[in-house]
Write a protein that binds this ligand. Structure first.
Ligand code: WT7
Length: 652
């Protein structure tokens, strides 16, 4: 595979002078230290960064691999790590700056955060009977109370499971049931593009029939009418001020679970990714410091939603653990116009801005010259995450937003890794457009040959793996140890030992830099969100007319990938009204998963290309969706003629 050599951009010299990692020598020293003395490296940082209630007695226990244990014997509380320990020095420092969709603003200091979280924690404990180890589902908009809810759970040792507000009642129900949650925290709704939208009605629907949920806490945000169910639904504002702002933090073991976050895999059922306390918070804080290099007086903004891992690690836990000021935004970046983020950068003097390629593409398309209308000189580091960024979007971000002086950190990671695993360090790493560059120090990320398990050759696409356990790694798939083992440690072996496989392909260039090439499994990446094709297929199959379906990804100008569905209907004598049928099937997807999984393309076919043993040849369907010529041998198909029929349908 030959590639045009990518240009290299050196770090800004002024920036490097004060950076935590100042040059590649320092980077290499860190990575060498971790390579030579892995446990010593982690012991050092865990001791330095975490305020322990009791020190840990061992660093890494691999005796029951892949079920690893970090920092055993250690006791801590993650909410204290994020709040209490800052009160001495940062009581009046802004912890959270909130901007609502309609421009309303709120600054929450560390002292206020402490009080709000403690009241919230007391409320959960006293009125909702939430105890250590209980699961609490959070279905919330982007408002400060979502962060309070997370930290309140952490304070009392409850395990939160946030469900993104775009998921449907069915999807919410599945996640509630799988986690066996006893409380749901939600809001009436919130605002988007100056209009109210609703969440509470979705919760009502999800709780219909039998449910493990006993009580629902509702934060009033948009003031719209909602239904209140007696002895189940409670108003946050009616109750919260009765609670004391002192709440003793639960003493947690390093390996006590902190949260679950459901994500898509290659089967129809989402996985409850479990993260535990000490290792997760350590890495959240270390990567905040190394990758964003946030300084004491900086203001940092990540545009993600708390419903995704980025919102967990890089809006709430990471920034607060390091005592930073984190911006939370309720609205959408293109409203009232595509200058909104730049207006906010100017107003709050944002120093680090972190967003997704899909947002960059939309902001570029709708507001190419918007950045020049604002003073963006406060910016030092620009981040991107969620999918490979394409060079044109990268260039615009670098030149127009960053004025060619900011580092772009293309951070590669996933829900399961807890925090960044491959990324430039802004003061050290020379960057290349659309390249995640090198492992973050401490992470043994390697591209392995899919056949031999040896390190991949330059230019050869291999499997992106992590060959040693790391503190913030997934600990389990909630309630399914087998699936944990199979999903992550089943495919790749190095030196005969199963290693963690991310599911992504990647390639080294001649400088040893890593470029992520995308998923190797049946997972597609829509606007930076992971979507299992099996999950979408399972939803479509619920439509009574559908006999068979195959879903694949197709490149999409703004979303990165779009969802392309091939549907076989039960009566194969053609569809009376295809437009109506598409609508009906999308309506099912909306009910089963939510708007995020609606199909961009849907084609009805009399059959699907299958092998004689009945396996659907998705590779062929992917090629057809992309408009590529079919190069595979189709003679082994059960019915080779179907390929031409489908191609004609797609091209018509
Ligand atoms: C998948 C993880 C990580 C938080 C948001 C998504 C893709 C993520 C990059 C990047 C290329 C990337 C991978 C990964 N991905 N970051 N910088 N370059 N691809 O979390 O939903 O767990 O998805 O997103 O395919 O496996 P997620």
């Amino acid at each position: 595979m030959s590639e045009i050599k990518k240009p290299v951009f050196k770090p800004n010299k002024e920036f490097s002078k004060n950076a935590r990692v100042k040059n590649m020598c320092e980077y290499n020293d860190l990575q060498d230290w971790a390579t030579e003395d892995y446990e010593g490296f982690w012991e050092h940082f865990a001791s330095e960064k975490i305020t322990w209630k009791e020190p840990f007695t061992s660093v890494l226990d691999e005796s029951n691999t892949p079920f690893v244990k970090w920092f055993e014997g250690g006791k801590l509380n993650v909410a204290e790590q994020c709040i209490d320990r800052h009160l001495d020095k940062r009581k009046n420092k802004a912890a959270i700056i909130f901007e609502g969709d309609r421009g309303d603003k709120q600054v929450i200091t560390y002292l206020q955060l402490f009080q709000n979280v403690n009241r919230f924690a007391n409320l959960l404990k006293n009125k909702f009977d939430v105890k250590k180890g209980d699961r609490v589902v959070i279905y919330m908009p982007m408002i400060p109370e979502a962060a309070y809810a997370m930290l309140a759970c952490a304070r009392i040792g409850a395990i939160h499971s946030i469900v993104f507000g775009g998921f449907s009642a069915e999807a919410l129900k599945d996640r509630i049931e799988d986690a066996d949650a006893k409380v749901v925290i939600t809001a009436d709704g919130a605002f988007r593009k100056d209009k109210p939208y609703m969440l509470k009605n979705v919760v009502d629907k999800a709780l219909e029939g039998s449910t493990p949920v006993k009580k629902v806490l509702v934060v009033e945000r948009n003031g719209e009418d909602i239904e209140w169910i007696a002895n189940r639904d409670y108003s946050y504002y009616e109750l919260i001020n009765n609670e004391s702002d002192k709440c003793e933090a639960e003493v947690m073991d390093s390996e006590d679970p902190l949260f679950l976050l459901y994500t898509s895999g290659s089967t129809g059922k989402p996985k409850g990714v479990q993260h535990n306390s000490a290792g997760y918070i350590l890495w959240a804080q270390m990567t905040m410091e190394w990758v964003f290099d946030v300084k004491e007086n900086d203001t940092y903004w990540c545009t993600a939603d708390v419903g995704w891992i980025t919102g967990h690690t890089y809006i709430v836990y990471g920034p607060l653990a390091m005592g930073a000021t984190t911006v939370m935004f309720e609205g959408v970046p293109t409203y009232p116009d595509a200058g909104r983020p730049w207006k906010m950068v100017e107003e709050y003097k944002i120093n680090q801005f972190y967003t997704a390629p899909t947002a960059i593409r939309v902001l570029h398309k709708l507001g190419e010259n918007e950045p020049s209308k604002y003073d963006l000189s406060s910016l030092k580091v620009l981040g991107t995450v969620g999918e490979p960024i394409d060079p044109p979007a990268w260039r615009w971000y670098y030149e127009q937003v960053g004025n060619s002086k900011c580092a772009i950190v293309d951070t590669y990671w996933q829900t399961e890794t807890g925090g960044h695993i491959v990324s430039p360090l802004p003061g050290a790493t020379p960057i290349k457009p659309a390249c995640a560059t090198l492992p973050v120090p401490g992470i043994m990320a390697e591209i392995l040959d899919s056949q031999t398990g040896e390190k991949a050759e330059v230019g050869e696409t291999g499997y992106m793996c992590i060959t040693k356990p790391w503190p913030a790694q997934i600990r389990n798939v909630w309630g399914d140890e087998e699936r944990y083992k199979k999903s992550y440690f089943g495919d790749v072996k190095k030196d005969g030992k199963a290693v963690y496989f991310t599911g992504d392909g990647a390639v080294y260039d001649e400088d040893g830099y890593i470029t992520i090439t995308g998923r190797t499994d049946d997972v597609i990446n829509v606007s930076g969100h992971r979507m299992g094709t099996a999950e979408v297929e399972a939803a479509i199959k619920k439509h009574p007319n559908v006999a068979e379906v195959a879903v694949v990804g197709k490149p999409h100008e703004l979303k990165g990938e779009g969802i392309f569905a091939y549907v076989v209907l039960k009566q194969d004598d053609g569809v009376a009204d295809e437009v109506e049928e598409v609508k009906a099937i999308n309506a099912v997807i909306k009910t089963e998963i939510g708007n995020i999984a609606l199909c961009d393309d849907m084609v009805f076919a009399p059959n699907l290309p299958k092998t004689r043993s009945g396996k659907i040849m998705r590779r062929i369907l992917r090629s057809i969706a992309k408009g590529e010529k079919i190069t595979q041998d189709i003679s082994t198909l059960e019915d080779p003629s179907i390929v031409k029929i489908i191609e004609d349908k797609v091209n018509s």
